[in-house]
Unconditional design. Structure first.
Length: 466
């Protein structure tokens, strides 16, 4: 029972900060029982459930209220709490979509059920895969027992996924609060400096055009400047519940005037450079950036991390694009695309396809040095992986005043599945370092600003040839 309420809490908690205001609480109660909780009842219920009178509810308050009811000193004037069990709520929905009343749902009925439970989440292609996942006995239909079990069991998986994403956001926020080895607060000018660095290394319109994204936005992606990001922060301070559409509208009205200003002159743009960006506001900014720019959270986090630490590590989406579009790899029955290996011949073939083989070494890489470059990269891979891992660990540990982490076996590195040979690279961490070595081997002056910028340039070149 707790699992479904926690899952519903997370769905209703729009900004993912672990607490919900009155509007989010109303959304939660409608998820649990849309027929019972109207606006008046929800208003009264929120006041009674808000035990510490903070104006918000955390998950513990919500669980305690729904599962245990009010404390003896509390009361709800007209409508005592009578929250339905999660099983009963799901069964009510099943009965409403079970057209022939036989207690079994076919694919169409199941899809209708999932849409009724969460119309914003379940749509399009997701629903096709969903039925197969829920149909454990593969008989082409689902009993009510199967459906209830699948939804309740599945909620834990969704919760774990959300927890992981929250941890990744919090780790990035911690990294961004560190300056010159000292942890502090994240000021607006610091955040905009890091965002400016992200833009310089390739965060922009090309990314969603060349690398598939998981962003839910259905609108055409728009670029955002550092000053526009500052105004998004200001907008969040004025209206914490601002929607992506409202944010888009606000930015569109000030975009032309901000273009005429120096990007580093925050005062001229009407921004407070020393304003503190807290974790909640930072997460909301990531949400708005993802929606407006059409770039998913994993890529936003990756670019901010690269800009802050100079540790280049591709997300799964970019790794997939590199393997499939640059190296021509495809998934196999025994291994997914991310487990496909890249060998010296693959590397040589890519450089040839890109027209970067140059006998003088002034406009590309000399033929005889390609194999040597790949060999040196793979031989140094364990040491470089360990060095990168320790650098990130040290940065994060500084926030808690911890000591630099010690490694028992110096040179031993965390490995992707299948990694460890010297004639190939496997996994996104190793492939990231290989592409970084490639970037460093290009003759000066380089055409690209960074490894990420180079990868996008390569993807664009190969796409144009297709």
């Amino acid at each position: 029972m707790e699992g479904i309420i926690q899952a519903a809490f997370s769905d209703a908690d729009v900004n993912g900060d672990g607490v919900m205001d009155k509007e989010e609480f109303a959304k939660l109660m409608k998820i649990l029982n849309p027929d019972l909780w109207d606006e008046a009842k929800t208003e009264e219920l929120f006041k009674a459930a808000d035990q510490d009178n903070s104006g918000t509810l955390n998950i513990q308050e919500t669980l305690s209220w729904i599962l245990q009811g009010p404390k003896p000193t509390q009361s709800v004037k007209a409508h005592p709490v009578a929250a339905p069990s999660p099983q009963d709520a799901i069964m009510d929905e099943i009965r409403s979509v079970d057209a022939d009343g036989n207690g079994e749902l076919d694919r169409a009925e199941f899809q209708k059920l999932m849409i009724s439970l969460n119309p914003d989440k379940w749509k399009g292609k997701k629903l096709g895969k969903l039925f197969k996942a829920a149909d454990k006995d593969n008989d082409g239909s689902l009993s009510s027992t199967e459906v209830v079990k699948w939804i309740l069991d599945g909620s834990d998986t969704e919760k774990q996924k959300r927890q992981k994403l929250n941890e990744e956001d919090e780790n990035l926020y911690t990294l961004l609060t560190i300056r010159d080895g000292v942890s502090g607060v994240l000021r607006l000018d610091d955040l905009l400096d890091r965002f400016r660095a992200c833009k310089n290394i390739g965060l922009g319109p090309k990314l969603p055009q060349l690398v598939p994204q998981e962003s839910d936005s259905s609108r055409e992606p728009e670029d955002i400047s550092p000053l526009e990001l500052g105004h998004l922060f200001q907008l969040i301070q004025e209206n914490p519940q601002v929607s992506p559409e409202e944010a888009r509208s606000t930015i569109s009205h000030i975009k032309s005037s901000l273009c005429q200003l120096d990007e580093q002159d925050l005062e001229a743009a009407g921004l407070n450079a020393r304003a503190v960006v807290n974790l909640r506001s930072f997460k909301q900014l990531l949400d708005l950036l993802s929606s407006i720019m059409g770039i998913d959270r994993s890529h936003l986090r990756a670019y901010f991390t690269w800009a802050q630490t100079n540790c280049f590590d591709m997300p799964d989406g970019m790794t997939t694009a590199v393997l499939m579009n640059l190296f021509g790899k495809t998934p196999k029955c025994d291994a997914g695309i991310l487990q496909q290996s890249v060998n010296a011949n693959d590397f040589n073939g890519l450089i040839y396809d890109l027209g970067l083989i140059d006998r003088t070494g002034k406009k590309g890489i000399q033929q005889g040095k390609i194999a040597l470059l790949f060999q040196e990269s793979t031989q140094k891979m364990p040491e470089r992986l360990e060095e990168q891992k320790n650098k990130l660990s040290v940065e994060l540990s500084r926030k808690n005043n911890e000591k630099k982490p010690q490694t028992k076996n110096k040179g031993a590195a965390p490995k992707d599945k299948g990694a460890g040979t010297k004639d190939r690279v496997v996994g996104r961490h190793e492939l990231s370092l290989l592409m970084q070595s490639f970037f460093m081997a290009l003759p000066m002056p380089r055409e690209y600003n960074s490894t990420a910028d180079m990868i996008l340039g390569f993807l664009e070149t190969i796409a144009a040839k297709a």
